[in-house]
Design a protein around this ligand. Structure first.
Ligand code: GLU
Length: 412
């Protein structure tokens, strides 16, 4: 099952529970718009390399499209379609006025120089300019894209318009109208939802042993915020492997080590593989890297009381079905990692108003929105007869999208 088939499967399940009609489900499976663009780049050696870029706008009934741009060698149209659909649900779950979007370029950025990445970003933005805009579709960072890339996107778009348009992207540097707290927001959100979820099964976050797969922006901030809440970070990994420590590790020291050596591997003598990390006996397992990491081949070896999806789509449906019997809880991505897009929304609001918030306000409003979304999900779960968390979260999102669609109607 590829990510898009997986997203359609989740939609069908939720639609059945919520009693959404077949024609509406078919409408929601197909994105509003999907563009594929050619991204030619002049390489440092003078040759031309042609990359393929995508932007998918899934469903705009609740507002402009919103979602990240990823640079990864495995990006495909089906993956971007799935990720865009997940963004529609994510924005509805936290009740912010956006529809889902996603984009990406099929590229291994580790093979490119900084100036090649800049030219790739600027050309990709130019190719997308007819389709994006602060009222239309607002990109943001995702895998292997960061605030520098957002700054280049903002600059390129602004040059075309003839004036600065900070609201074109979120996740920008603060000096260009970015929001305080945006970089930490996804990880902070994962930690807040993890804390609330743990509480609901009678687990105190302070006593919890936690393993985190992926030590990029999301993995680091998840680890850091949970560490500050008193949790024990016993294992972390990145693309090169992982490390374990029974007493727990300080995420800032891990980050410092990774900056110096390129990886977390070697931070302790206890070196493990990514697979070891996933199957370790812990209270909470947090996959924070990529799709499809918990699948039929390793599901029976998962040994955590609770799994929290910080990445988008890390558990395939077959494995989730298995985990639902074996673990106490599986916390779905569209709730667990929604903190990023929530603070993106705050950033966009600040850009449109040209009035900027302090960090305390950003974090306090993030906490408020996430705790409320969590409560709304629990209410839906009860209302529909104690359904699974993924289904409850999906039903919550679907009901809100379907209601908006009903009120707007189909044109003409
Ligand atoms: N790429 C992030 C996500 O998957 C953030 C999207 C955004 O902030 O628009 O949720």
């Amino acid at each position: 099952m590829n990510p898009y088939e997986m997203a359609c499967y989740q939609l069908e399940r939720a639609a059945e529970i919520a009693g959404v009609k077949e024609d509406v489900v078919e409408y929601l499976k197909v994105p509003d718009r999907a563009v594929e663009v050619k991204v030619p780049v002049r390489m440092d050696d003078g040759s031309i390399n042609v990359f393929t870029g995508y932007r998918v706008q899934h469903c705009g009934v609740r507002g402009p499209y919103k979602g990240g741009i990823r640079y990864h060698p495995n990006v495909t149209m089906d993956e971007v379609k799935a990720l865009a659909m997940w963004m529609t649900w994510k924005c509805a779950v936290v009740n912010i006025p956006y529809g889902g979007g996603k984009g990406g370029v099929r590229v291994d950025v580790k093979m490119l120089s900084r100036s090649e990445i800049e030219r790739l970003t600027r050309r990709f933005t130019a190719m997308l300019t007819p389709f994006i805009g602060p009222e239309r579709d607002i990109p943001a960072p995702d895998m292997y894209t960061d605030e520098q890339i957002m700054a280049w996107m903002m600059d390129t778009y602004s040059v075309y318009q003839g004036y600065s348009v900070p609201g074109i992207v979120t996740g920008k540097p603060v000096s260009l109208g970015g929001s305080l707290g945006r970089t930490s927001a996804t990880g902070r959100g994962v930690a807040i939802i993890t804390r609330e979820s743990a509480k609901s099964i009678g687990m105190d976050i302070k006593d919890a042993d936690i393993a985190i797969q992926g030590f990029g922006n999301v993995g680091y901030w998840t680890a850091k915020t949970l560490f500050e809440m008193g949790a024990n970070i016993v294992a972390v990994s990145d693309s090169r492997g992982g490390v374990y420590s029974e007493e727990g590790m300080n995420p800032d020291e891990l980050l410092e080590f990774k900056r110096r050596t390129g990886s977390v591997v070697g931070f302790t003598d206890n070196i493990i593989s990514n697979e070891d990390l996933l199957t370790m006996k812990v209270d909470i397992l947090i996959p924070a890297a990529i799709e499809n990491v918990i699948n039929a081949s390793n599901m029976s070896k998962i040994n955590a009381r609770m799994v929290v999806e910080a990445a988008n789509g890390p558990i395939v449906p077959k494995a989730e079905e298995y985990l639902n019997k074996k673990c106490e809880l599986v916390v779905p991505d569209i709730l667990a990692n929604a903190g990023g897009v929530v603070v993106s929304y705050f950033e966009w609001v600040q850009d449109l108003e040209r009035y900027f918030w302090d960090l305390d306000r950003v974090n306090a409003e993030l906490e408020k929105i996430l705790v409320k979304a969590f409560e709304r999900m629990i209410n839906v779960k009860k209302e529909y007869g104690n359904i699974l968390w993924r289904d409850a979260t999906m039903v919550l999102a679907l009901n809100s999208v379907v209601e908006a669609l009903k009120m707007r109607g189909i044109f003409p």
